[in-house]
Design a protein around this ligand. Sequence first.
Ligand code: HEM
Length: 341
Amino acid sequence: MPIAPVSPTGLFQVGITIPQQAQSNLLAVTLDVDNDVPIGPLLAELGETIRALTAGTDPRLLGLSPGDLTVTIGIGPRLVRMADPALPGTTDLPQFPHEQITPQARGGDLLIQICATDAVVPPITAAALLTQAGNRTQERWRQSAHRGSTVPLGQGRTAPRNQFGFIDGIVGPHTPAQQQRNLWLPGPPPVANATIAVLRRMELDLPRFAALPVATQEAIFGRRRTGEPLSGGTITTDPDLGAKTPDGRYLIPADAHTRRAHSTAVGVGLMLRRSYSIAEPTPGLLFISFQNDLQTFTDTLTHMTDDDALLPFTTTTASATFLILPGFDQAHPLGATLFHR
Ligand code: HEM
């Protein structure tokens, strides 16, 4: 059956909430932009190339059908500062515990996030976009990632299982009102309808986690392997952090990931998590979140740091944040609200 194409143009970039069910293959490429390169023309050209690639008219696709290809472009804090140091998106991610990150795998000026159902499409798309950028950019790090079988959550939504076997992507800003509040930037005008992405590549200690009894694994997440919170209800029921056993113990343990990362426990808005599993260089997770305030991420990870039972099973090996540019179309080139063409 042919796969429905996804139009790349509109108010917001695609690859975040569109398509609603994230494609099974992702390739993230981070790049640095050489000094003195005019940023406006580079971004506008990338936007035009994205339109040609998704329309299937770019010869660099070598005759392949783009299918549901989406490309999402973000710029790193250094470039946002060049546009205007007062804008959101100028702050780099700080260092956190449980990191083993080489300087090459931290930060970057440009993010190209490519998603498609056809696994051959993302690397060919990346090659076309890198050819277009030419010698104006240098690649920093790249990561391909995949989603396996998904679980239905109702209302057309699904979420995949990660390599610890747990369903990942249940809680988030899923209604339009929540997305207005927590996902998209309302302004100032250059960044209206932009958002902020965080990418963290994590190695997961699969053998140590798999050796634990299922009840211990569920206590670490604060959810059943089938997704329901340990406080009861269905998979989409909000975790009840106050619920206790008759003898006064929390149903969702004090160090459970669901408690430590819960937005009300942290005191922040919701983040849209759209993570993928990775096999190389070591099995793990490419954590990807989108939020309209970087502090939603940094406060959550800070709140998790000392007490989250999940974190000791993870080692983060790459980390970056990007301002995901507002949407674009033929009349409004990619990046034009921040840089002159
Ligand atoms: C960068 C570190 C991480 C952050 C900031 C983070 C953030 C979050 C947030 C905000 C939630 C929603 C909490 C709730 O209300 O239930 C959550 C839940 C969850 N996270 Fe994480 N997480 C991180 C790392 C991980 C890792 C390493 C895994 C798995 C290996 C993971 C798997 C899950 C699962 C299974 C849930 C529960 C279901 C769901 O709401 O999707 N997270 N995480």
